[in-house]
Structure formats: structure tokens, C-alpha cells
Design a protein around this ligand. Structure first.
Ligand code: ZN
Length: 563
């Protein structure tokens, strides 16, 4: 009997490839290839449907500010399915971007209490005309008769939250408790959002949602971990493919690891970044003995050269490369844009042929040695996984059907932009046997159809059984097969990006796709919404009739995304 391993996920798990089938039918399926990636409810569940309305052609307003944005929404409220926008929205942030556009962010409120996760942004052109409106607005909460008063006190909510996360008596700071309306799994609650932050054996910085009347804990998640007392140093190592790499590491004395000074794959050298951490899962599945993220990868000296060290060396080095890419190209400080810690775990499971982002961190298997080598060897794989994080903290694309395929596509596209030599994904992680059988990468943006998708998917496509590169070859998959084709239909978007990139180059392609991901796309965006968002981003950056906007549109037209 094969043991079924269930990967614990915090928020949202996005794997590098389809979870239940070996990517190439001709190769032996590894004993653990049936590892399932469990899809837990996404935190954005139950939000209002995202929208993006453009070409509003509004009158010129005196200024681009919260008051005028609300007035505008009020005039157009039927279009936005809002009942009382002036009452239900509160301006929270006004930002002017490098193009002279102003973005006015408004938080949805009810009874003066924020509706968690629902906000609307009014985008103004430089001459103060409303150019577009995007965001999410929960109509149900606006209309529903929900309680406005809590029968539970804030201090009672804190007690319940601390109990739910098994917090010790000693906390880093006294917990905050704030009333919000929270929509989870289809139900709307008046809830306390409680922050509980503590150190100790398993430190935590938790957000816990407690129903303000029943006292039920609705939802909870852990946000960050901190490490202290580590001193920076330089180290070196050898990667999976034999590269000699310089590393940022730290050291400290910790007898519980081994006597004397220990060196860690923990990089605290970047200002305003909480650190880059690489952990060892010791070939465990994160079930009983060793919980995520594992133990911080360590060595008795500053040189990480054992064969067991190699996947960790690559994960650590590649994380910093991807961090540098986002900082230098997009002025984005880490995954959340605010310097959150970048964490990876290596040696996950046994012969595990996959890598994933679990909502908080990257995780890499060692591969079975026949199809894959340790998956952290691929810079594009690291960029793919980290981009899932960027997506979580920006567009929040839901991991199913077209929004999920967009989520996967943005990860592949930024994979190919960071690892910029080619338009292939995974060319550095293919093992000898796979290469010999003609599988030289995992997916191709330039020619998706050179690889087969796997026989169980074939009947849902055009019968060809290849990755699609056009809407005519779209796979109409049910949700229980690859979450409705997230790793398959993504290749249509991948190919559109390639076609555009060939015209304007990778740098400009990156600017356009990054702007769409972080400014316009929302959790339920589909391919058509992506088309509008991408073209609008290119117009914002390079102008209405620019070659860049034309190339963006061309790429999408050529793959059959024409409206
Ligand atoms: Zn992925």
C-alpha cells in the first residue's frame, strides 16, 4: 500500500506541475508521484466579484481624491452594483505613480466597520479624469442585515484567539483586536480580527478571526517568523549542477544544533528585508516528526559543499537572485512588497518530483533522479514559486480555472524573465533519463505544443494531447483535474507573452506584465480581463499607439484572446 501524503498548506498551494500524474507518460512514475496537493479555502473566498471598468471618460475633476472618487462612484453606482457608495466606502490611500496617474484606494465599510479584503481603486489619468475603476466590492454584505454590535468583548476575543493558536503567556506585544466584517466559505460574519505575536519554540505572528457573537474561531493563519542573534557572514557552496556559489549566511553558537559555532543558510544582509531563510525538511513530509518549514539549514563551517547541501545552496542562492530581480526591475521589496521573509524548504519528502508555494514559502523536492534532479537547481523554478507569492500579495488570482491558469502563467513568464537565457521552464532540473527521451524542459513558452499533457487530459482538449498555444486548443477541464487546467491552459497566456516579448524584448515585457499583475488583475480575473489589463498597462507605460501596446495586443490576438 502506498501511503498517501497530504501536503499541509497554509493558505493556497500552487505546485509547479499537475499533482497527480507523472508529467511524461513514457517515464516511470515515482512511488510518490501521487502526492496530492490539497486545496484549502482561499482567504479571499466570498469576496465580491472583481471588476475592471475602463474608458469611463469622466468629466475632468478638480482633483483626484477620495471625495471626488466617491462622488464619481455614486453617479455611476448602478454600473458598479453599489447601493450607497458614499456611505459604504472610505478613502484609505491616494498614490501618484511615475506616469502621473493617481490611484485612489477606498475600503468598503458597513456600520463604519471595514469589510475585510474588499476595496475599490479609482484610477485617474494625469489630467484628473477617471480612466478606470477596479477592485472588489461585496454587494451581499452591503445589503445583508448583519449585526453591528458584538456581544463578545475584545478581550474575550483575544482569549479565544490565543487558545486557538496555543500562544504562550509571554507575548511579543499585547494582541490587537479589531472588528471587521469577514466573509469566509460563503458566510458573512461580524468578527474580531486578532493579531497574536509570540516567540519561543514555534514562534508565530497570527491573524485569527473570531465571530464577534458566537465566539467561534472562523479562520486563522500565521504570517511571519523572526530570527535574532544571528551574525552576518560570507559563505560559499556548490550547487546541484556543480556551480561554485557565493552565499550570504549567518552564524551563531547554538549547542542544540552542534557544539561550537554553527553557520546557517539565513541571509540577513539586506536592509529592509526580514531575511532569506533556507530550511531542511530532512526528507520528511511535514506530517508528524518534522513540521514546516523544517530546521534552518546549517553547517559546522561556512562552506556548504556536501552533496546533501547542494539543493539547499541553490535554493538559497536563487532566492536572492529572484529577490534582486524584483527589487531592481520593479522596485518591489520582496514577495509582499514590504520586505517579508523569503523562505524555502528543501529535501521535502522522498524522491518528490515537484515544487510548490504553500501560501507562505517555497518547497522543493529532491526529484526521483530519473525525471528530475533536485528542483531548486532551476533559477526559473525559484522565480516561478516566488512569483506565486507575489501574485498572492497583489492580484490574488484564485487557483482554479482561468484565474488559476493566469496565476500559473505569470509564474512561468516571470520564471522566463528572471532566468532570461531562453523561453523554457525547468531546463536545468531535467534528469538524464528525461533528457535522453527528448524531455529537455518542463514547459516551453515559445513552443508549448512540443510536449504532451498526459493522456488523462487529452479528451478535454482538441484531441491532440499537447499543451495548447491557442484558444482553439483550450482544455475544458473539470475542477478535479489540475484545478480546471491551471498548468495546461496557462500555456496559452505563456505563448502570448512570448510572442509579445519577441517583439519588444524581455525588459519591457516584464514591465507590462508586472503592472497588470499588481495594478489591474483581481482574484477572479479571466483571460478576457487579463487582455484588458495587459493592454491598459502597456498603454499606461508606453502610450496609446505605441509599438509596445500594439505588440501586447498582437501577442494576445495571435493566441486567440481577441476580446
Ligand atoms: Zn506553479
Amino acid at each position: 500500500m502506498k501511503k498517501k501524503h497530504v501536503i499541509p498548506v497554509a493558505v493556497l498551494s500552487s505546485a509547479l506541475l499537475m499533482g497527480t500524474v507523472s508529467p511524461a507518460q513514457t517515464l516511470a512514475v515515482s512511488p510518490n508521484a501521487n502526492t496530492e496537493v490539497v486545496q484549502k479555502k482561499v482567504h479571499s473566498e466570498g469576496k465580491g466579484k472583481p471588476f475592471f471598468v475602463k474608458q469611463m471618460q469622466s468629466e475632468k475633476q478638480k482633483s483626484a481624491d477620495g471625495k471626488n472618487a466617491k462622488e464619481f462612484l455614486n453617479k455611476n453606482k448602478a454600473k458598479f452594483k453599489m447601493d450607497k457608495p458614499e456611505e459604504s466606502l472610505e478613502s484609505t490611500k491616494v498614490t501618484k505613480d511615475e506616469l502621473g496617474m493617481t490611484h485612489v484606494k477606498l475600503q468598503q465599510k458597513k456600520n463604519n466597520i471595514p469589510v475585510e479584503g474588499n476595496e475599490v481603486t479609482v484610477h485617474y489619468s494625469s489630467d484628473n479624469r477617471v480612466q478606470s475603476v477596479s477592485g472588489q466590492f461585496n454587494e451581499a454584505i452591503e445589503k445583508e442585515g448583519l449585526p453591528s454590535k458584538a456581544s463578545l468583548s475584545a478581550s474575550e476575543s483575544i482569549k479565544l484567539a490565543k487558545k486557538a493558536v496555543e500562544a504562550p503567556d509571554q507575548l511579543v506585544e499585547s494582541p490587537d483586536s479589531e472588528l471587521v466584517y469577514y466573509s469566509f466559505q460563503g458566510e458573512n460574519h461580524l468578527a474580531y480580527k486578532v493579531n497574536v505575536n509570540f516567540l519561543g519554540d514555534s514562534p508565530g505572528n497570527w491573524s485569527v478571526y473570531v465571530d464577534a457573537n458566537s465566539g467561534e474561531v472562523i479562520d486563522q493563519y500565521n504570517k511571519i517568523m523572526h530570527a535574532q542573534d544571528y551574525k552576518s557572514s560570507k559563505g560559499s557552496g556548490i550547487g546541484v549542477l556543480g556551480d561554485q556559489l557565493q552565499l550570504h549566511i549567518t552564524h551563531k553558537n547554538d549547542k542544540s544544533v552542534r557544539p561550537g559555532t554553527n553557520f546557517y543558510l539565513f541571509d540577513n544582509s539586506h536592509e529592509d528585508l526580514e531575511g532569506i531563510y533556507t530550511y531542511d525538511m530532512k526528507n520528511q513530509w511535514g506530517e508528524s516528526d518534522l513540521q514546516f518549514p523544517g530546521v534552518l539549514f546549517s553547517s559546522p563551517n561556512a562552506s556548504f559543499k556536501d552533496s546533501y547541501d547542494r539543493p539547499a545552496v541553490d535554493a538559497h542562492y536563487n532566492s536572492e537572485e529572484v529577490y534582486d530581480y524584483y527589487l531592481e526591475e520593479h522596485d518591489r521589496n520582496s514577495i509582499d512588497g514590504e520586505g517579508m521573509a523569503i523562505k524555502s524548504s528543501v529535501h521535502f519528502g522522498e524522491d518528490y518530483n515537484n515544487a510548490f508555494w504553500n501560501g507562505e514559502q517555497m518547497t522543493y523536492g529532491d526529484g526521483d533522479g530519473e525525471f528530475f534532479v533536485p528542483l531548486s537547481a532551476g533559477l526559473d523554478v525559484a522565480a516561478h514559486e516566488m512569483t506565486h507569492g507575489v501574485t498572492t500579495y497583489s492580484a490574488g488570482l484564485k487557483y482554479r480555472f482561468q484565474s488559476g491558469a493566469l496565476n500559473e502563467a505569470f509564474s512561468d513568464i516571470f520564471g522566463a524573465l528572471v532566468d532570461e537565457e531562453d523561453w523554457e521552464i525547468g531546463e536545468d532540473i531535467m534528469a538524464e533519463d528525461a533528457r535522453e527521451s527528448g524531455r529537455t524542459s518542463l514547459r516551453s513558452l515559445s513552443n508549448p505544443s512540443k510536449y504532451a499533457v498526459g493522456s488523462k487530459y487529452t479528451e478535454y482538449g482538441d484531441g491532440n494531447g499537447k499543451y495548447p498555444s491557442h484558444m482553439d486548443e483550450y482544455y475544458d477541464l473539470p475542477k478535479d483535474l489540475d484545478n480546471g487546467g491551471v498548468h495546461i491552459n496557462s500555456s496559452i497566456i505563456n505563448h502570448a507573452a512570448y510572442l509579445t516579448g519577441e517583439q519588444i524584448g524581455k525588459d519591457k515585457l516584464g514591465q507590462i506584465y508586472y503592472r497588470a499583475l499588481t495594478v489591474y488583475l483581481t482574484p477572479d480575473s479571466d483571460f478576457s480581463h487579463a487582455r484588458e489589463s495587459l493592454i491598459q498597462s502597456a498603454v499606461d507605460l508606453y502610450g496609446e499607439n505605441s509599438a509596445e501596446a500594439q505588440a501586447t495586443e498582437d501577442g494576445l490576438n495571435q493566441v486567440g484572446i481577441t476580446e
